[in-house]
Write a protein that binds this ligand. Structure first.
Ligand code: CA
Length: 230
């Protein structure tokens, strides 16, 4: 999951980035509305956290512009206390939800979770591919009922692949959704992490059909059908 934070208060922006990264999200921060618009247009995000009052473009205008561009990335608008009419403007402009500052980090996390799972599978927090299960809120992974221990990054990678079962995901797509903009990740790093996942998910279960498949020259695909080549 990759998140863009557009917020001109450094303290809030940086603590949100730090907290979300600890939760395994890839996070990019910009402090200006115009930059926010450029980043949101150029990169693929899973959620945008957008402050209302910003230098350059304000949050409502930015939100409207993205929706006019047919960019449907879920937007969580941040408003200051007492700006109730602004929050209505934000929702009218196409934001999906709003949060009043100051907010508790747990509250922010809950809203992000709600926004990212909403369009994927109607409120389900457990993703399933074959006999593999991943719980996006409890951070648990199980294969044939047995727990699999993953690091944050491995979990984020597996979650992204499990949200796109049966589709070939390229290394560039994986990097864009699992690592942040500043991370400077090489395609080789993706191979390394897929290798870690494969060890924990396929090699440990030799009796089961492999789930992680390399599609040479293209990327990776998750699935347990017999017609998927490994
Ligand atoms: Ca502000």
């Amino acid at each position: 999951m990759r998140i863009l934070v557009v917020e001109d208060e450094y303290k809030i922006a940086n603590s949100v980035k730090k907290g979300l990264e600890q939760e395994g999200y890839a996070v990019d921060v910009v402090y200006d509305g115009n930059e926010g618009y450029d980043m949101a247009s150029a990169e693929e995000y899973d959620v945008i956290i957008l402050d209302l009052m910003l230098p350059g473009l304000d949050g409502v205008t930015l939100c409207k512009k993205l929706r006019e561009d047919r960019n449907h990335t879920p937007i969580l608008m941040l408003t200051a206390k007492g700006q109730t009419s602004d929050k209505v403007d934000g929702l009218n402009a196409g934001a999906d939800d709003y949060l009043v500052k100051p907010f508790a980090f747990e509250e922010l996390l809950a809203r992000i979770r709600a926004l990212t799972r909403r369009p994927v599978n109607g409120g389900q927090t457990i993703l399933k591919v074959g006999d593999l299960e991943l719980d996006t809120t409890a951070y648990e992974v199980k294969r044939v009922g047995k727990s699999v221990n993953l690091t944050r990054r491995e979990f984020a990678l597996l979650e992204y692949l499990m949200r796109n079962p049966g589709k070939i995901m390229t290394k560039d797509q994986i990097i864009a959704h699992v690592w942040d903009y500043d991370a400077d990740v090489l395609p080789n790093t993706v191979e390394v992490y897929v290798g870690y996942l494969r060890r924990k998910i396929d090699n440990v279960f030799p009796k089961e059909k492999p789930i992680i498949h390399t599609v040479r020259g293209f990327g990776y695909k998750l699935g347990q059908n017999s017609n998927v080549k490994s």
